[in-house]
Ligand binder design. Structure first.
Ligand SMILES: Cc1cc2nc3c(=O)[nH]c(=O)nc-3n(C[C@H](O)[C@H](O)[C@H](O)COP(=O)(O)OP(=O)(O)OC[C@H]3O[C@@H](n4cnc5c(N)ncnc54)[C@H](O)[C@@H]3O)c2cc1C
Length: 432
């Protein structure tokens, strides 16, 4: 039984490690050259936040400590208003739980090193999948100098949001897909170290909430920050001169301007990224071609969960193989059955978190709500937990998180209503 994995990104290289551990021979195909020998692409999601779900997967293959060695823990959000003081909002009630900023490239390289060292694994870089017969699992790849045919018993597509494997399944009417593009794009900018030190607090995820636009910044091990500016599509080209760019940032992000000497150059040179949610059904065909990670269910990045979720996919698929005695024809449908409601739940929560980050985090009502939430978590340990806590600091299935938070909100609304009625009764009695 041989397995071909298409896409040596985060999900594909982790999956290779998990399958190799089960003694499954794997050939991992990747369209890019070996990233361990290359510079990272300019302006393309340089770092990401890994939280409990991702760490849980890495621990299972003994990689968590290595990856965490260079991680920068972020214990809360630092809100940057246009004017006035910064506002730090801790993520957890105890204040000590953190999400971790890590280099995407370093994580991918660590996973590739582990995959390459595992027995039975072959990695073929510069192999772009361009053809696939889902019935026979025959694949066609383009390499820099020729076209290559390959066969495998099972083909797994971990080739990201624009998946070619998914594209082939859709073309053969075996899978339906819907891509909901967000009306926002993103651009990455850099805040370099200031005199060798971090220019902002590296213990926080920085947010500049501006209603229709939003910027965030995560720290990097070289003491720089990568900022990501999210803005409605069509807005970026409107700033078409250095003066217009500087003016805009001076007005809306005044504290960033002195910290980002290459702002104009970054803005002009870095690409505009596309954001969206991918819905696909089913995730497999003939029990031998499957999709996971972004290829099956890409989400918007506002909960910092896409990679965490893709890593959880790998853990779940491994579990399904265990429960199906290694039979792929049973494991792939079982994986979809167990996992789909969870990926749909995080897709919804990620969209909702965008509204929270760009519109609400700066408002006094939001801050009060968070304080009440933390007070409830403190008063009712084990009974009340915030959505953020459950998503980022637990492995509670996403769908359960959504249901539990809904129940908590209903209960809370009931308590508020009863308290309100009590107050009305009391007022009436006092007025009598
Ligand atoms: C701006 C931004 C910020 C984000 N921040 C976070 C965050 O903080 N936390 C988090 O958990 N997630 C975050 N994400 C989401 C995360 O990046 C993705 O969910 C994650 O990378 C998905 O992993 P994947 O392996 O499924 O796909 P990818 O990482 O996209 O990997 C796909 C791989 O397949 C290869 N490939 C593509 N087509 C072919 C082909 N035809 N043949 C061969 N190979 C191919 C690609 O080269 C690539 O190596 C963010 C995303 C964005 C856009």
């Amino acid at each position: 039984m041989t397995v071909a994995i298409v896409g040596a990104g985060l999900a594909g290289s982790l999956l290779t490690c998990f399958l190799a551990r089960r003694g499954v021979p794997v050939t991992l195909y990747e369209r890019r050259p070996d990233p361990r020998e290359q510079q990272a692409e300019r302006g393309r999601s340089i770092n990401l936040a890994i939280s409990e779900r991702g760490l849980d997967a890495l621990r299972r293959i003994g990689l968590a400590d290595k990856v965490m060695a260079d991680a920068l823990p972020m214990k809360g959000r630092m809100i940057h208003p246009v004017e006035g003081p910064l506002d730090f909002q801790q993520y957890s009630v105890s204040g000590d739980r953190a999400i971790n900023s890590i280099s995407r490239g370093a994580l991918n390289n660590a996973l590739l090193d582990a995959a390459a060292a595992a027995p039975g694994v072959e990695i073929r870089f510069e192999h772009r999948l361009v053809g696939l017969d889902p019935k026979t699992a025959r694949m066609t790849f383009e390499t820099p100098d020729r076209t290559v045919e390959a066969e495998s018993d099972v083909v797994l597509g971990t080739d990201g949001a624009g998946s070619a494997v998914r594209g082939r399944l859709v073309a053969d009417h075996l899978v339906d897909e819907a891509v909901d593009f967000l009306d926002y794009g993103y651009k990455e900018l850099t805040i370099p170290p200031a005199a060798g030190a971090f220019a902002l607090d590296p213990g926080a995820l920085h947010i500049w909430p501006r209603g229709t636009s939003m910027m965030i910044a995560l720290p990097n091990p070289d003491r720089s920050f990568t900022c990501t500016l999210f803005w409605p599509n069509g807005s970026f080209p409107a700033l078409d001169t250095p003066a217009a760019i500087e003016d805009h940032f001076r007005t809306h992000y005044p504290d960033v301007v002195p910290l980002a000497p290459d702002l104009v150059d970054d803005y002009q040179q870095n690409p505009i990224g596309v954001l969206g949610t991918v819905h696909t059904a089913p995730w497999q065909a003939f029990g031998r071609v499957g999709l996971l990670g972004d290829a099956a269910h890409a989400i918007v990045p506002f909960y910092g969960q896409g990679a965490n979720c893709a890593f959880e996919d790998v853990v779940e698929l491994d579990r399904c193989l265990e429960d199906s005695d290694g039979e792929w024809a049973r494991a792939l449908p079982l994986f979809e059955l167990r996992r789909r409601e969870n990926t749909e739940a995080i897709a919804e929560m990620a969209l909702a978190n965008f509204v929270e980050m760009r519109d609400k985090v700066a408002s006094p009502v939001f801050r009060l709500g968070k304080r009440i939430e933390h007070a409830l978590e403190r008063a009712l340990p084990g009974h009340y937990a915030s959505r953020y806590e459950l998503v980022s600091f637990s492995t509670t299935p996403y769908a359960e998180v959504q249901q539990r938070v809904r129940r908590q909100h209903q209960a809370l609304a009931g308590v508020v209503l009863l308290a309100g009625l009590g107050l009305v009764g009391l007022t009436r009695r006092l007025l009598r």
